[in-house]
Write a protein that binds this ligand. Sequence first.
Ligand SMILES: Nc1nc2c(ncn2[C@@H]2O[C@H](COP(=O)(O)OP(=O)(O)OP(=O)(O)O)[C@@H](O)[C@H]2O)c(=O)[nH]1
Ligand SMILES: [Mg+2]
Length: 367
Amino acid sequence: MFVDEARVRVKAGDGGRGCISFRREAHVPRGGPDGGDGGDGGSIYLVASRSYRTLSDQRYQQQYRAENGAHGRGKTMHGRRGADLIISVPLGTIVEDAETRELLADLIHEREQVLVAQGGKGGRGNARFATATRQAPRLAQPGGEGEQRLLQLTLKLLADVGLIGLPNAGKSALLCCITAAQSKVAAYPFTTLTPHLGTVEIDPLGALVVADIPGLIEGAATGAGLGIRFLRHIERTRLLVHVIDVSDDARDPLEALSVVEGELRAFDPALLQRARVIAANKIDLPHATRLPALTALCAERAIPLFPISAMTGEGVEALVQYAAAQLQTSSRLQVPGAKCQAGDPAGPNQKPETRNPKLRSRQSFHE
Ligand SMILES: Nc1nc2c(ncn2[C@@H]2O[C@H](COP(=O)(O)OP(=O)(O)OP(=O)(O)O)[C@@H](O)[C@H]2O)c(=O)[nH]1
Ligand SMILES: [Mg+2]
């Protein structure tokens, strides 16, 4: 199941109590204070991982707790540290504090991590309070409380190119034509219910990630069809490919263009400023009356247009080359204001990987 939103409560471990104890041993009169310190509570980290595609684990497990620190003991024995808890989330997860709406992180790189709940400090034992004038202190500190938070997790897929258009325009057919993805293609509207990603290998540039999202219809902004919430998955793309069915039996392509533009505007007007190209699809079918009108309008508005057939592959290569050339000149977009470097992914703080694997979420995949 594809889940792109989740709300989880995290509670870091409490620190262990410091101990009050005195050394008692034969032939050692008044052995002095020997109460050890409590261990620190475990902290909770979110770590971005390529192995996860959705937030479905966080939909089912909504409470996370890290281990408490152990209490200090006599003979100045220090309590054990509580194990940290690592929660793996997919790349592209935005982490916010659900109560204050503070943006905590935008995790877009593999192994990037953020500390979301700091474990409590262990309390000091009475051995620490001995001074020259107070040689038998009967006091120790309690452990500090672990931080707790309600987190709002939102997944915004990381893709270079976003495919948009009315239902049945051929978006999934185009994705399947240019990538090895297996997005369902069928002759009825709303075949695609969740976003799908595919990768196009382009020599020598590397790979382009393409996102296919469910079709948009009039009034999607007010909830018609599948709504516009999936548009968040193309927010980070640098190029939008608007797929329009130009076959003679289809809806007027000029109308198709304006309906989708209207819904983009309703979601976020900035999307209309994004680099855009029209893929006039289904040219293998009769299209004599529809294509010329759309071509003229696009020329007038200076929007590049590529006549293609996702079915036969005609014209698709030119579209892909154009997309690759466009993307060479722009860099990937990140949520403004995100400070996701809470842990250096390649730095020395690699502890999370090894900590308490039992509590790590299970692996999950795209639908
Ligand atoms: N003849 C022809 N048929 C096409 C072409 N591209 C797509 N189709 C057909 O159009 C229908 C819809 O294609 P999809 O790729 O499922 O359309 P979609 O835009 O993903 O639709 P939703 O997922 O419902 O939004 C399918 O029956 C495809 O076989 C094309 O280039 N030529
Ligand atoms: Mg589809």
